[in-house]
Write a protein that binds this ligand. Structure first.
Ligand code: HEC
Ligand code: HEC
Ligand code: HEC
Length: 96
């Protein structure tokens, strides 16, 4: 199988104010980039008690995720979406 190494290039931009959900990270994928609302997910920690920075990161400080890629992402992201009503269909995350 062809091993595709995603470009770890981060696109961070702020859409307006410092209000909720402004930090967006674009995770590049050949079948459509995933626009990940980082701040929105960080803020969910208040409502989703079993979510912390270490749900996705190795440490509480966050930063680059060495294992980032299809396998990591689908394993890390989709189970919670199934439980908590986040997107689970491909095009809910991957957008051309
Ligand atoms: C639902 C998953 C998820 C949660 C929860 C999460 N992050 Fe992230 N975070 C990511 C992803 C994905 C990236 C992009 C990583 C990469 O490009 O290697 C990222 C990137 C980062 C970065 C580097 C990009 C930047 O903003 O400069 C920092 C710092 C960071 N996160 C901190 C945190 C902290 C602190 C928390 C907890 C308050 C947190 N994250 C919670 C998924 C998450
Ligand atoms: C919860 C969001 C989410 C859902 C739902 C999802 N994916 Fe993904 N997928 C991701 C993320 C995040 C990545 C990693 C992107 C990266 O590493 O830059 C990824 C990576 C991939 C890759 C690798 C792309 C590449 O260029 O390396 C493929 C292929 C893929 N997904 C297919 C699918 C298919 C098919 C479905 C539906 C059955 C699906 N995904 C559903 C978030 C999702
Ligand atoms: C612990 C739970 C949890 C984890 C882990 C999680 N999510 Fe989510 N996510 C949610 C919930 C809940 C929503 C619905 C939020 C809403 O509609 O307000 C959501 C919504 C989304 C959306 C749609 C948001 C929008 O802008 O409409 C995307 C895209 C997404 N998540 C991507 C990801 C990716 C990529 C990961 C893994 C890096 C991830 N999520 C990990 C709980 C989670």
């Amino acid at each position: 199988m062809k091993r595709i190494i995603p470009a770890f290039a981060l696109t961070l931009f702020c859409a307006g104010s410092a209000a909720a959900g402004t930090s967006i990270i674009v995770l590049p994928a050949q079948n459509g980039n995933v626009t990940f609302a980082h701040t929105l997910h960080q803020e969910m920690r208040q409502e989703i008690r079993d979510m912390s920075c270490t749900t996705c990161h190795e440490t509480e400080k966050g930063g680059k995720i060495a294992a980032l890629g299809k396998e990591w992402a689908h394993k890390t992201c989709i189970p919670c979406h199934e439980k908590k009503d986040g997107p689970t269909r491909c095009e809910g995350c991957h957008q051309e």
